[in-house]
Design a protein around this ligand. Sequence first.
Ligand code: PMP
Length: 400
Amino acid sequence: VFAHIPHVPEVPLYAMLVAFSKDPTPLKLNLGIGVYRTEDGKPFLLNVVRRVERLLVNDMSTFKEHLPTTGMAEFNRLSAKLILGADSPAIKENRVTTVQCLSGSGSLRIGAEFLAKHYHHHTVYMSQPTYANHPNFFNAAGLAIKTYRYYDPGTCGLDFQGMLEDLSSAPSGAIVLLQACAHNPTGVDPTLPQWQQIRQLMRSKGLFPFFDSAYQGFVSGNLDEDAQSIRLFVADGGECIIAQSYSKIMGLYGERVGALSIVCKTAEVASCVESQLKLVIRPMYNNPPIHGASIVAAILKDRDMCNEWSIEVKAMSDRLISMRRQLFDALRDKGTPGDWSHIIRHVGMFTFSGLNPKQVAFMNQEYHIYMSSDGRINMAGLGPQTVPHLADAIHAAVTI
Ligand code: PMP
């Protein structure tokens, strides 16, 4: 009965990972995959996570029965506090409903499904370019995708004018997907005053903000600072949706732990929204897993552990900044043609290098460097020992 099903090719990023794993060259370098790595390219387990896991193993009160459909209440409360701030009036007024979801992806998917069912406008605007999976979450829910200008290849920075123009001509009520900080794939974020202008425009046009927060703390090293874009939108009393991921910020990728928060106008609305979220979640997977949420809750509720975590987040963000500086210096020292200052201007984990698909293919063939064809570099895949190799490859690619 399945004989008619055509085979679809692997998505390019995954195909690249397979090619990487088969490449026998010791020099090979994976800058494509979106995970944070140590200086020597190893997966990174945060110390605070290690510590909590040891405590959880010995905690006789832990259980393995089902969580409620909305997940672990304490995890939800702490996640809302982490993103909206300890003194958020919206939380105090009980206007925020938060549900535990399967990481950032699951939060985006549930949010999309909820909007498709209960929101009157079925078009989502997303940045051009955006995280490759973003359109899929919303398409799968039956929403139409449109884009707004975001990245300016001329300046390797934000096309702010283009973004404002496109949002101005979006129909009133349309949903706008915004990355809270550390934009994937470009590494380009609006400044706070620019966020303020985006907010004013969106509120005046009645555009609905859907925030994706997958890298809180990775830009400034400070968790509160990196949530400012979202907090601006919440401070004006308006509504929004927020998808949070703990994959990168706690290194919990495979635990699939995230949260979806919906900020409503009143506590009554929030309660109705939550009741409907359960109806979205139940037919999909009934309820989320316990372990990852237990780790996050244990860290966020304990002042000492939370401090330890924020120090580790700062160290990750510092390492990313240092890799940017080292790569930029190496290219400058080699006299590589072109202006590479965007590498140090970009923020978070990624840099849109400006390398074209031909140059990327050349670097792959000649230098065994694996990255996506759009030229995105994961700075966390680099270490001091591998910077010279990458600089050599970029130099060769732009001078052939
Ligand atoms: N949003 C953005 C911007 C991302 O970059 C990613 C992962 N690369 C996600 C969401 C989803 O990640 P996860 O499901 O692992 O939380």
